[in-house]
Design a protein around this ligand. Structure first.
Ligand SMILES: *Cc1c(COP(=O)(O)O)cnc(C)c1O
Length: 384
């Protein structure tokens, strides 16, 4: 059996009419930049996320860059974040001239561990940038508390967490709506993905929204009158049209992801996963995890992954090299051993197929293959 890691074609089959109609409308209008589709998407997503303001931008990476620019973060400033994330999180910090300061992760959730946060704060710190990895919010309660105590701003990297919730004082808050600014990506494989690159910045503060809106069009409030030195980073009308067509389906897709995650949990439990050394995703009680990824921990990860490839099961490793060990960030002075939990996760994690179109048979096959391989461990394992 072949189990693809993601199946965007299957999703498109069900949406063909709506998507083609949306694209056709834009073509007929010949309005490609900051027109009615972008405006409508911004409004719909501000409502969905529960924020006052949403600004469509060219990518999730640009959403991070523009957020940091809007806060005036630059040379000499420090931004505190996790080393276990996609490169763009740290790349955006470097891009504005600031320094990423890493804090190790909570091994249960793979998110920044707030209990390690305070000791990393120096007088140069400006922003805390938590990432809601794999679709589950970082522990925002204590993060916001520390930020407030030290006068720091909070920018959420919610690229993987569209629709995730974190409960504060018994009311659920959407990912992206808790910090000063929240950043999203519409990269095609994200939970809400476009037909190309796209991103979104959200905020509850009008002044910050105004700055991001200016910065995405070279800082010009009126044509050819530039108040800030910005960049060109707009969401295309065509992308907005595609995303508007997909948005009404997002909750249904999310429900399917969650149901499939539960099914994996069940199948692994039936196979006595603990005895095989398999660690399942942990959902903290405050969270609605939207399972952008379903990530397990396994022994002999790379050998298992090759075996799965051979039997037709596509998997991925997010992320094999933590950011503090990336070649281009060596000037920061970090060394192997600095963030043991992130480094351990990088060796053990394996992301399984979890898209909404995944079938029950495919899931059973995936678990069967993993369990079978790990049960036969003595046959192939290196002696240790
Ligand atoms: C996808 C992603 C980004 C970047 O988004 P792009 O739209 O690809 O630029 C940033 N951070 C995280 C955690 C992501 O997963």
């Amino acid at each position: 059996m072949r189990v693809p890691f993601i199946n965007l074609k299957a999703q498109y089959e069900g949406l063909r009419g709506e998507m083609e109609e949306a694209i056709k409308e834009v073509l007929e209008s010949q309005r490609f930049i900051l027109g009615p589709k972008v405006r409508a998407l911004e409004e719909a997503l501000a409502h969905y996320i529960g924020v006052k303001e949403a600004i469509g931008v060219a990518s999730g990476t640009d959403a991070l860059v523009l957020s940091l620019m809007a806060l005036g973060v630059g040379e000499g400033d420090e931004v505190i974040t996790t080393p276990f994330t996609f490169f763009a999180t740290a790349g955006a910090i470097m891009r504005v001239g600031a320094r990423p300061v890493f804090v190790d992760i909570d091994p249960r959730t793979y998110n920044l561990d707030p209990s390690l946060l305070e000791e990393r704060i120096t007088p140069r710190a400006k922003v805390i940038l938590p990432v809601h990895l794999f679709g589950q919010c970082a522990d925002m309660g204590p993060i916001l508390e520390v930020a407030e105590r030290h006068g720091l701003k909070v920018v959420e990297d919610a690229a993987q967490a569209m629709g995730a919730d974190y409960t504060v004082d018994s009311s659920p808050r959407r990912a992206g709506s808790m910090g000063h600014l929240g950043c999203f990506s519409f990269y095609p494989t994200k939970n809400l993905g476009g037909a190309g690159d796209g991103g979104l910045v959200v905020t509850g503060e009008e002044e910050l929204a105004e700055r991001v809106r200016l910065l995405r069009v070279h800082g010009a409030k009126r044509k050819y009158e530039h108040e800030l030195v910005g960049i060109n980073s707009r969401l295309d009308e065509l992308q907005a049209a595609v995303l508007l067509a997909k948005l009404p389906h997002l909750e249904e897709w999310t429900a399917k992801r969650i149901a499939k995650a539960h099914r994996y949990d069940e199948l692994f439990a039936e196979a006595d996963h603990e005895a095989l050394g398999i660690g399942l995703p942990v959902v903290e009680y405050r969270n609605r995890h939207v399972f952008h990824q379903y990530v397990i921990r396994v022994p002999h990860r790379d050998a298992l992954r090759s075996h799965l490839q051979e039997v037709g099961v596509e998997t991925e490793v997010y992320y094999p090299l933590p950011l503090h060990l990336q070649p281009c960030l060596q000037s920061l002075g970090y060394r192997e051993g600095d963030f043991p939990q992130a480094e351990k996760a990088a060796r053990e994690v394996l992301a399984l197929p979890i898209h909404p179109e995944l079938t029950a048979e495919e899931q059973e096959y995936v678990v069967e293959q993993i369990v079978q391989f790990l049960s036969e461990k003595p046959r192939w394992a290196s002696p240790c």
